[in-house]
Every structure is written in C-alpha cells, then in structure tokens.
Design a protein around this ligand. Structure first.
Ligand code: GDP
Length: 695
C-alpha cells in the first residue's frame, strides 16, 4: 500500500517538472477552510510539527504544495524547498520562517497568487501524502487589505478543488455547519459529496452530543465522511522544558489529548461509528489519496502517451531526430570554432605579419619625411634656418657645410625611426590584428548568438595577447638595438628600397589626389577651391592681412570655407612635393647609394625594411606560435572543462532555436521516464494484488 502511494506521489512530482498541462497530473488533497477554522492546526497535527506561518494578517498568500515522504528507517525529520536549493532544513521553525518570507514576498497589492510553494517533508512519522494548503477564506476584508481579496481567495480555491483532486473541507465545530465556507465551496464543485472529506475541528468547544450530530450530518452527506478532531496542542506540552516549541514532535501530545477527550464521552464510543481523532484522519487521507490516484492512473497515463506522441512527432519533423544536449551543443560549437581557428592559423603567418609591419613602418617613414624634409622646401636649404633648429648654428658657422647638414639630417631621421619604439609598435600592430581576426571568426561562428561565449572568447584572446605582448615587445626592442647605432645598406637592399619607396610615394600621391577631389566636391567645384586657395596664398605671402585670423571669415569667404581652403593648400603642396620627390627617387642620382643623403626616402625605406625583417621573424616565432598554441587550450579551459552544468545550460539556451530543440528533447525524455515509472507502478500493483489474494 505504502509503496504504491509513494510511487504515485513520485510520479506526480515528475509530472510537475514536465510542465503545466491540466491533464498531465495526478490528484492531490486540497485543504480549504475559513480563517481560524483550525486548518493550520490540522495540517500541523498530520505532520507532527508546527511549521506553518501564523498571524492574524493572512499570511498564506500562495498555495503550499506539501509532499510528505515517509522515511521508515531514518531518524531525522526535515524539510526541503526544491525550488530554493536550501538543502535539508531540520529546524521546523526555520521552515516556518521561510514559508512566511515566501508568502510575504507576494506584494500586498497582489494579495494572493496561484504560484505554488513546493515543500517536501521527510520523516519516519509522516504518511506518504500529497497535500495542497490554500489561503483561508475570509469573511470581511481588513482595513489594510484590498477589497477584492475575498473574491480572489475564493477563485484561487475554486481552481484547485476541481476534480480529480480530493477536498479536505475544514470547519470548526463552534460555527454552524450551514455557515461553513469550506463546505459551501466544496458542495458547488462536488454536489454529491463524492470526493470531499469533512473535518470538524475544535470538537472540545461544543457539547459532545452536538459534536456527535455534526459528524453524522445529513444535510450535506459525504461518501468519505466527516472526522472530528481536537488539534489544539495542550498548554502543558508546549510549556514544558522538554518540549521545544516549533521543533519537537507534537503528534503524541495531540493524540493523548484527543484520546482523553473522545474516550471520556460515550457519544463517540465504538457503537457510534463516528470517525474521530487525527490518527484516523491520517489513515483516511492515505487511503483516499491512494484510491483516487490509482483511479486517475489510466487517464493520466493516456494523457502522457498523447503528449509523448506529440513531442516525438515534433522531434522527428522539426529536428530530424537529431539528439541534442546542452553539453553536446557546446562541444560541437567549440570544435567547429577551433577548426575555423586552425584554418586561420594556416593563412596568417610570417608573410602576413611582414606585410602588416611594413605597411605600418612605411607610414612612419612618410611621417618622418614630411616632418624633417618635405615641410621645408628642398631648394630652400640655403635660406636661414629658424633659430630653434639645431642645424642653424652649424649652417651659419660653415656655409660650406651643406653636405654635412644633409648628413646630420639623415642620421637623425634614421635614428628617429629606429628609436621609435618598434618593439612595442610592431607587437601591438600584430596583436591587434590577431584580436580583430578572432572577433571576426567569432562573429561568423555559432557563438555569434551567444553573448556569454563571445565574451569568454574575447577575454581569452585579449588576456593571452596582453600577457605575451608585455615581454615580447621588450625582447624585440633588444633585437633591433644594433640598428640604433649603425646601419649598413647593401646595394641590393638599396635597389629594393628605391623600388618600394617609389610605390609608397605613388600610393601616397593617389591618396592626396583623391582627398583633393573629395574636398572639391564638398566645397562645390574646382573653381571655388582655386579661388579660396588663391586668397590664402595671398595671405601667406603677406599681400593681404587677415583680421582676427579670419575667424569670422574673410575676403568674401566663410570661416568654414577658409578652413577647407587651408586643407586644399596643404594637399596641393603635399602633391607637389610628392611629385618632385618621386622624380628624384627615380632619377639617376638616387640609383646610387653613395648619394643617400640626397635620397632620404630610399635610405629610410631600406632601414624600415631591415626593422621589418627582424620584427616579423621574431613575432612569428614568439607571438604567433605561442598564441596559436595557448589560445585553443584556453578556450577548452574557459568553455569546456571550466563550466558548471548550469552555465552550460544557460549557454545553450541563449540561442532560441537551440532552446526550443532542447526543450523538446527534454520533454520527450521526461515523458518517457514517467511512462517507465508508471509501468513499474503497474507491476508493483499487480504484485500487491497477488500477495493479498494469496493471503
Ligand atoms: P487557521 O487560521 O484555520 O489556520 O486556524 P489555526 O489552526 O491557526 O487555529 C485558529 C485558532 O484555533 C488557534 O488559536 C488554535 O489554537 C485554535 N484551535 C485550533 N484547533 C483547535 C481545537 O481543536 N480546539 C481548540 N480549543 N482550539 C483550536
């Protein structure tokens, strides 16, 4: 008997995790009663502990789904809130406090909700039972309570007392049964009294003959009958030191008290055939629950079969029966990503690093040339240098020292290039390129729909690159140190530099020319740009004096136009210089490295090329190969082994498509599991039948 109920209650619990479908459940016992009818006292007498919230201000705001689990071999009694993950709570006053808190968490404005609290109580002293405690009916609404509270409670109770649930209708003996809200509510949904158990509390408060007549009530006759109880915990029990209120077991104290009462009144004697006492009530509840659950098994089983067929169909049609778990999804995604990463590493090697670095250094060379050569016209070298220029004193002292000035200029430019901080610059250029590639790989991978994984991957690469870069930049700087003192350029290097820099200048020329074109379009035509430029040229040559720097515009041009004009003048000058230098680089003079002081472009390019060669070799060996080794392992650590089950679930469920797929798989598995459990229940049932038949 016990085993069957236990199994059925387990199945009921399993069904709860499958989802909210009306037909997918097994019946439970629903407890209703008016406030102060003694409802809590009855439940506590059944459990043997005080654990329900107390207080005049309606503290039951949510249904409590109470599952009692008989643990015959265990000594300990404890409760569990499966949804909260608090573990075993052995202190029943702690259970009471948690229930109160959970109830009070429902905002007063909402007053009641049908979101149930699940509580399991394990004890050798409880029967296997599944009970639902509902908020008590109220007659009048309190001043600080919302006016619709009364209806809301009634509606909530009505939803729960539908078939096939068993109704435990609590009424107090000292209130006229005709006025019992619980019995009235139950009569509405169970007019023939087939699934209601009447409980009359506070039997000690009325005369025994009146009490006895209540238990044999004919006006609302119940097939399952009425049970009379006295559930008050005697004062001497709670007061004694041995009895720790809230934690000690009150079963015996109540039973003793009840026995004393009912056996001292002949009205309740054996001949009366009246049902009295909490112990009897317990037995009745077990019996009725088992019968009701067993009666529901067939329909529930069919409902499960239907649901399973539906889930199986969906699994087949929508997902092609592709099995999926959060773990397998993560593992597959990670493998695919690592695969695409390996593909990338094959394509991004020393050659690619070299191109990146050369481009960057070409730009640095252009900047240096502009700063140190081009912005001062070449022909104009004889003109007095500004006092601030260190070369000025030299030039003054020795007008013949032109050659020397060119020499110093080139040496200092080349030194500026080698002392640029190439170690840091090159490392960061390559590290940023790697990071950008990783981000691109992520964005085209499955992980793109997973913010959590995206972040984990991005953090992995950033932190590895940061750690590696720190030392590598310094080491690279040491590698290029010799170039800081002396640079020898070979003939073939010179030729190569000359070719390369000509291309760089050509490209730069193109960039400038298209910038000019853009500017003309913005300003409104070439003519207009020419007019502004002519005006600015006149200002520069001192023919026109600008007032207030032309902030408010000048010469009929707006300030914005003048600004554009200045940009145009700059670009024109740059284009002129570039064309001139391009001719110089291509000239015979620059074919010979002996003339290097007059061909700084070629020389600086050759220096940049040497720096690049050192850097790409070093970065390929240090940064790339180390990163390529560490990164996939770091991914495994962060997204593989390092994740907890709940993190893996959270990850997989981030993608709505995967979430739906996982839900179907889970539902199907759960339903199959429930069906298997039901099958074993049938076997258990058959065995019990054989056993009773043999006896
Ligand atoms: P609830 O509001 O329906 O949960 O009612 P309670 O269980 O809190 O009981 C209301 C009051 O009635 C409390 O003061 C209880 O001590 C008291 N009470 C409950 N059952 C009995 C009983 O059988 N006899 C007597 N005399 N008092 C009882």
């Amino acid at each position: 008997m016990m085993m069957l109920t236990k199994k059925m209650i387990e199945i009921r619990g399993l069904l709860q995790t499958v989802g909210q479908s009306e037909s997918l459940t097994l019946p439970s016992i629903v407890v209703i009663g008016s406030q102060s009818s003694g409802k809590s006292s009855v439940l506590e007498a059944i459990v043997g502990h005080e654990f329900l919230p107390k207080g005049s201000n309606m503290v039951t705001r949510r249904p409590i789904e109470l599952t009692l689990v008989n643990t015959p071999d265990a000594q300990a009694e404890y409760g569990e809130f499966p949804a909260l993950g608090l573990g075993k709570v052995t202190d029943f006053s702690q259970i009471q406090k948690t229930l109160t808190d959970l109830n009070l968490a429902v905002p007063a404005s909402q007053c009641v909700t049908d979101d149930p609290i699940q509580l399991r109580i394990y004890s050798p002293n409880v029967p296997h039972l599944s009970l639902i405690d509902l908020p008590g009916y109220i007659q009048v609404t309190g001043r600080d309570q919302p006016p619709e509270l009364k209806e809301k409670i009634a509606e909530l109770c009505e939803r729960y007392i539908q078939p096939p649930n068993v109704i435990l209708a609590i009424s107090a003996a000292d209130v006229d049964l005709a006025n019992s809200t619980a019995l009235r509510a139950s009569r509405k949904v169970d007019p023939r009294g087939e699934r209601t158990i009447g409980v009359i509390t506070k039997m000690d408060l009325v005369d025994p003959d009146r009490g006895a007549s209540l238990l044999s009530d004919k006006k609302y006759a119940l097939r399952l009958g009425y049970v009379g109880v006295v559930c008050r915990v005697p004062a001497n029990a709670t007061g004694s030191k041995l009895f720790n209120r809230g934690n000690g077991n009150i079963t015996n104290a109540i039973a003793k008290n009840e026995n004393a009462y009912f056996s001292s009144h002949a009205e309740f004697g054996p001949e009366s055939h009246l049902d009295t006492g909490t112990n009897n009530l317990r037995k009745k509840l077990m019996h009725v629950l088992e019968q009701t659950m067993a009666a529901s098994l067939k329909t529930t089983g069919e409902a499960i079969q239907r649901e399973l067929a539906e889930a199986t169909y969906e699994y087949k049609v929508q997902y092609n029966e592709r099995p999926l778990s959060a773990e397998s999804y993560l593992a597959e995604s990670l493998d695919a990503f690592k695969h695409s990463f390996r593909g990338f590493t094959d394509q991004f090697g020393r050659q690619q690093v070299r191109e990146l670095l050369k481009q960057e250094l070409d730009q640095q060379v252009l900047n240096l040339l502009a700063q140190r050569y081009w912005n001062k016209p070449f022909e104009d070298l004889s003109a007095p240098l500004p006092e601030s220029d260190p070369l000025s004193s030299l030039a003054k002292a020795d007008p013949e020292g032109e050659q020397q000035i060119w020499q110093i200029k080139l040496d200092s430019s080349s030194a500026a290039l080698t002392k640029l901080g190439v170690g840091r610059l090159a490392t960061s250029v390559v590290a940023s390129a790697l990071q950008a590639h990783i981000d691109r790989l992520v964005s085209v991978s499955r992980f793109s729909a997973h913010p959590f994984a995206r972040q984990a991957i991005s953090e992995a690469s950033t932190s590895i690159l940061r750690d590696l870069s720190y030392d590598i930049a310094d080491e690279l700087e040491i590698c290029i140190k010799p170039y800081k003192y002396r640079i020898e350029v070979e003939d073939n290097e010179w030729t190569k530099g000359r070719e390369n820099v000509a291309n760089v200048l050509k490209d730069e020329l193109k960039v400038c020319e298209s910038a000019v074109k853009r500017l003309e379009d913005q300003v409104g035509g070439r003519k207009r740009v020419r007019d502004v430029m002519a005006f600015i040229d006149r200002v520069r040559s001192g023919q026109v004096v600008l007032e207030g720097d032309g902030i408010g515009g000048a010469g009929g041009f707006s300030a914005a136009l003048l600004q554009k004009g200045r940009e145009a003048v700059f670009l024109r000058d740059r284009v002129d210089v570039l064309k001139m230098r391009l001719l110089a680089v291509k000239s015979k003079q620059c074919a010979n490295k002996k003339n290097k002081y007059h061909c700084p472009e070629v020389f600086l390019d050759a220096v940049a090329d040497k720096l690049t060669t050192t850097a790409d070799l070093f970065l390929d060996a240090e940064l790339l190969s180390k990163f390529y080794y560490i990164f996939p392992r770091e991914l495994d650590a962060r997204l593989g082994r390092g994740l907890s089950q709940s993190e893996i679930d959270r990850f997989a469920r981030e993608d709505p498509k995967i979430r739906r797929h996982l839900d179907v798989v889970r539902r199907k598995e759960l339903l199959e599991h429930v069906l298997k459990e039901m099958e074993s229940l049938r076997q258990l049932e058959a065995r019990e039948k054989r056993y009773t038949a043999r006896r």
